[in-house]
Design a protein around this ligand. Structure first.
Ligand code: 26V
Length: 824
């Protein structure tokens, strides 16, 4: 940044400033007046903080205007309750939304740091595990953009997703103290707090009860302003931090008992300390239950307080309030709203229940049985004694209704009951949170057409029979602002040119018009050049961070997502090994040079996922160092995958790996981001891959492997991995090399467990059943890549087909069918 204007700060007689001069002055003023930094000596971090203050001021004004408008209109609002919001960095998005991006870029010129370099100072807000949390962040962006009066509610974790580093090829987790230096984007609301209570006993008075809680904790509000694009409107993300009630704190201090004071403080404040990883079931984790109730209770109190102030009555609550449950994590909301209305606001039970059902809606994000949340009745009884009574009463009334509809069907009652009776033993009884959500909501949806269909055919079949009108599909989407306009400026500029302006950012269906340009040789060349630039950018990062050189002309083959057996990174590795073997034995023909790129975190207690990371590193070490193959095949694992690294990788990909066992990936959203950035997909008939195929055309995507019906048939007949192994020499060779320590010569038995899992413990995710078709399909990928014109043509058609995968479309669908709120 050229600081020639700093003298203006001291001067009185100043001529009128141009817009860019004003911006320069504003940044310098913040440097001096807020950051206390001398402009000529400002560091990148100082510049980042000063610039964020400039943006923050404008966001604050927009926030105030939005709240005034919504209050004056007595707006119907949507409240999106989610334990996770994977926001990433805020700066680039904020500057783009407030229309300062280009000016700011021009401000940061050599010899000072570039805007990109300044923006890299910002730590990612990684308050989520993966897809579910990132979806919530994309939804906030779209809710603001389409003009919905909307709030996200969540937890202000002190520590979000762990940082991943790699030591000797193995994942090491480190805590990520993203708030250590405070966030310049948050607005602490000193006067916004609610008391959340736990434990104790209940005193009954007919329909309502008095809850004598044992403990309480304060929930303090911190707001993040989520700007809309192409609009002045914003959305609010309100996150709750747990704090010890001040009187307890003080009491202990006054008696000089500092240790007790510290213990108290910890006991309460640990509630919002750390994000739970989704690596194991919720069973037994009391702190997680407290966390869920903590943010639910604070959020619902906040919502009711706002409604009361605006309307003075709760009789019209459902007309003005829609609450969405992002998975079952906020399921206790159903019981908490009943408690607040019946016990605290004296509403009759039946009226409260009627409101409740009209207010809530619920999204399911996975069919995996181990991920379905249940809590021990005894635990809820102890932590939330009033809520367990409410849940039992809801269940009683629900089962009465079931009996009326299907008299005598005891099995049905047992299956749909909110309580799993644990074989009749009290200590084994559990509350089924998904059932509570379904019974307490008026809409339930899955996140892709396939997932929604499977949901009503399998896990929720009984409920779909009871309440068919309740079940819907809402296919996921991603925000084109972050995932194309901001992450991929090269392609965006090309699109602006081609489409005659920037409005595709707000109307992604405009991308359809690109289809015609797929046949335009000049456009294909420009498109390929944009991609090559992005690949170079990624190659430079990889060279810097990993000291591995990637050829930007090689095919960038990308699988980036959480490491999980069902996502089958191991199938990708099997292909890499097969390809390496073929290159060595000379059977390889027409292989395009490839760079196989992995990234993703394994949950810390997930042994198999960690083994896969280690195997990728071991394979990479062999392949990358073999002079016979290294020009045709490279493998890298990019550490610490998160939103910001995704923004670097997505634009650089040629091939998008979406290879989950059919029926296991609910939707996927990385598949959408990659396609949107011009990658071709190699994928199974799973999740949203199917809808991507429908939109880009079957001839422009590589679909392979068994579909859900075939997967079921294979499992029914008894999957025979050993027979496949013995029947396919290439597969056998790849697996034997893993098993015999070819890639781990220092520890030959290192991957016995991986081998056994596939060959002797049933290959649960059917890697061996899809292997042959996968490898053959990868061969077709090479052939196409070698025909550059055809490849570019198909890549352009992929981008052209991505209109429906804008989160704006998803949010409009929710607003119309689920929340019943008008959009702009
Ligand atoms: C949770 C757990 C917890 C227990 C142990 C195993 C396990 C496995 C997976 C999960 C994931 C929970 C929900 C989730 O993140 N689902 C993802 O949601 C995305 C947004 O809808 C969707 O695109 C992904 O396909 C889906 O996996």
């Amino acid at each position: 940044m050229n600081l020639s204007w700093s003298t203006r700060l001291m001067s009185n007689a100043v001529p009128p400033l141009s817009e860019s001069e004003q911006l320069r002055c504003a940044v310098e003023q913040k440097l001096v007046g807020t950051i206390a930094a001398e402009p000529t000596r400002a560091t990148r971090a100082d510049l980042y903080l000063a610039l964020s203050q400039v943006a923050r001021e404008q966001l604050a004004e927009r926030w105030v205007r939005t709240q005034n408008a919504d209050r004056n209109n007595k707006a119907r609002r949507i409240y999106y309750l989610s334990m996770e919001f994977l926001i990433g960095r805020a700066m680039n998005n904020a500057l783009s939304a407030i229309g300062l991006r280009d000016q700011t870029t021009a401000l940061f010129t050599p010899p000072g740091p570039s805007l990109e370099e300044v923006m890299e100072c910002e730590p990612d807000a990684a308050l989520g595990n993966g897809g579910l949390g990132r979806l919530a962040a994309c939804f906030l962006d779209s809710m603001a953009t389409v003009g919905l009066p909307s709030w996200g509610y969540g937890v202000r974790y002190e520590y979000g997703m762990f940082a991943q580093s790699i030591l000797n090829g193995q994942q090491v987790e480190k805590p990520e103290a993203w708030l250590q230096d405070r966030s310049p984007w948050e607005f602490p609301r000193a006067n916004k707090h609610h008391t959340v209570r736990f434990g104790g006993t209940c005193e009954h008075h007919g329909e309502w009860a008095e809850w004598h809680a044992a403990d309480s904790v304060e929930a303090k509000a911190f707001d993040y302003v989520i700007p809309g694009h192409g609009t002045d409107r914003v959305s609010t993300l309100r996150l709750w931090k747990a704090a010890a009630p001040s009187e307890i704190d003080l009491g202990a201090f006054n008696t000089g008992d500092y240790q007790r004071a510290a213990e108290f403080k910890n006991r309460f404040e640990n509630i919002s300390w750390v994000l739970y990883p989704n690596d194991s079931t919720s069973a037994g984790r009391e702190l997680r239950l407290r966390q869920e109730y903590f943010f639910v209770s604070a959020s619902l109190q906040d919502i009711l307080e706002r409604h009361q102030a605006e309307h003075g009555t709760f009789s019209n609550l459902a007309e003005h309030v829609a609450i969405h449950l992002n998975d079952t994590h906020p399921a206790i909301s159903v019981a908490e709203l009943m408690r607040l209305l019946v016990d605290d606001h004296a509403m009759p039970w039946a009226a409260a229940w009627d409101q409740c059902r009209r207010i809530f809606s619920y999204t399911n994000h996975t069919l995996m049985p181990e991920a379905l949340e249940t809590w021990k009745v005894t635990l809820i009884q102890r932590v939330l004694p009033r809520h367990i009574l409410i849940i039992y009463r809801i269940n009683q009334e629900f089962l009465d209704e079931v009996v009326r509809l299907y008299p005598g069907d005891i099995d049905l009652m047992r299956r749909v009951s909110l309580i799993d009776d644990g074989g009749g033993h009290d200590k084994d009884k559990r509350v089924r949170m998904a059932n509570l959500c379904i019974v307490g909501s008026h809409r339930v949806n899955g996140v892709s057409q396939l997932h929604s269909d499977l949901m009503v055919q399998t896990i929720f079949a009984d409920f779909a029979r009871l309440y068919p009108e309740r079940f819907h599909n809402k296919t996921n989407g991603v925000t084109p602002r972050r995932w194309l306009a901001q992450a991929n400026p090269a392609l965006s500029t090309l699109l602006d040119d081609k489409l005659g302006g920037k409005d595709w950012r707000l109307d992604l269906d405009r991308l359809q018009e690109l289809r015609a340009s797929a046949d335009d040789a000049a456009f294909r060349t420009a498109f390929a050049a944009a991609k090559r630039g992005n690949k170079l950018r990624l190659a430079n990062y990889v060279a810097r961070e990993l000291a591995v050189n990637l050829d930007p002309d090689s095919l960038f083959d990308v699988q980036v997502k959480r490491i999980h057996e069902y996502k089958r990174q191991l199938l990708n590795v099997l292909h890499v090994i097969t390809r390496y073997n073929a290159l060595l034995d000379g059977s390889a023909r027409d292989y395009a040079p490839r760079s196989v790129i992995f990234a993703g975190k394994a949950a810390s207690s997930y042994h198999m996922a960690k083994q896969v990371i280690r195997l990728i590193h071991d394979v990479a070490a062999v392949v990358n160092n073999d002079p016979r193959t290294r020009d045709l095949l490279r493998v890298v694992f990019i550490p610490n995958y998160g939103v910001s690294i995704a923004e670097l990788i997505m634009p650089a990909a040629n091939l998008s790996e979406q290879i989950s066992t059919a029926g296991t990936e609910a939707s996927g959203t990385g598949n959408m981001k990659l396609s949107l950035n011009g990658a071709l997909t190699i994928g199974t008939e799973d999740g949203a891959n199917i809808e991507i195929r429908d939109n880009v055309g079957a001839e422009n995507i590589f679909i392979f492997g068994n579909n859900t019906a075939q997967v079921n048939a294979i499992r029914q007949a008894g999957h025979q991995p050993l027979a496949l192994y013995h029947g396919d020499p290439a597969l056998k060779e790849a697996l034997d090399r893993i098993d015999t320590g070819f890639f781990s010569p220092g520890e030959r038995s290192r991957y016995h467990d991986i081998f056994n899992c596939l060959l002797h413990y049933g290959d649960h995710y059917l890697l061996l059943a899809d292997y042959a078709d996968y490898v053959a399909t990868q061969g077709r990928v090479d052939a196409l890549y070698l025909n550059s014109d055809e490849w570019q043509r198909k890549a352009i058609i992929n981008v052209a087909g991505m209109g429906p995968f804008s989160a704006d479309r998803t949010i409009r669908d929710y607003a119309n069918d689920t929340w019943h709120i008008d959009t702009n």
